[in-house]
Design a protein. Structure first.
Length: 226
């Protein structure tokens, strides 16, 4: 009985993930390039950059209901830096199901942003700026594989409470950069894969034992008919 309880506890420890939502984008890191000196990156943004050495950012993101001004909610920008070029990665955003929100993720190359007025202005409002002049303070001269991540956050609930409808509260999120092992499998899912494999192997073994138990019972029943 205790063993059964332990098994159930073990199972439900993994089930907590069910109560959270996830959205993700998968991409291949671009070739290393010199970061344009016309791009200045606010210190605040630099601190929240995701790199292979700093893979998780925990944040509270302001959201908005769709409106003519904000047709895709609020936009937030993060930099993905020091990537390994040609490596496949995914970025996930996870948030609690108790804060219903629509997140949309997309990655852009820096050049792409610099060429597009709209992207540039959105990125600028979020701290990613093309001020030209005193640029490159936060960017070294070295080349690197770098992308910008745009997160569009739209509130997705309805309540009769007018205050909440006008000012939807910020949503607590985890943003995670995850490299794929051999460009096939997300590295952070390896423990889950091992867990499932263990379950499968154990299940196979246990079913064998149960089957032989049943067979023996049936056989001994046949050989001693009373
Ligand atoms: C509406 O929501 C706000 C924020 O959660 C809360 O402070 C306020 O009491 C609510 N108003 C009503 C009428 O329930």
């Amino acid at each position: 009985m205790n063993r059964l309880l332990a098994c159930l506890t073990f199972l439900f420890a993994f089930a907590t993930a069910v109560f959270a939502n996830t959205e993700k984008v998968i991409f291949i890191a671009p070739p290393s390039a010199k970061v344009p000196p016309s791009l200045q990156i606010a210190q605040q943004l630099e601190q929240t950059a995701l790199t292979p050495y700093n893979t998780t950012v925990r944040s509270s993101l302001p959201v908005a209901f769709p409106s003519p001004d904000l047709s895709f909610g609020r936009e937030h920008w993060y930099l993905l830096r020091r990537l390994r070029s040609k490596q496949r990665y995914e970025v996930r955003i996870c948030w609690s199901a108790t804060q219903p929100t629509d997140f949309s993720l997309k990655v852009f190359e820096i050049d792409e942003i610099l060429r597009d007025e709209q992207l540039l202005s959105s990125a600028g409002q979020s701290g990613l700026q093309d001020l030209g002049a005193n640029a490159a303070f936060y960017i070294s001269d070295q080349t690197e594989s770098i992308l910008a991540l745009r997160i569009q956050a739209t509130a997705d609930f309805f309540t009769v409470n007018q205050t909440l409808m006008r000012y939807p509260p910020p949503v607590d999120v985890d943003i995670i950069l995850d490299p794929y092992l051999a460009n096939i499998f997300p590295a952070s899912l390896v423990p889950t894969a091992i867990y499932i494999l263990l379950l499968a192997v154990t299940g196979w073994y246990v079913s064998g034992v149960v089957w032989s138990l049943i067979r023996n019972t049936v056989r001994s029943g046949k050989s001693h008919p009373d």
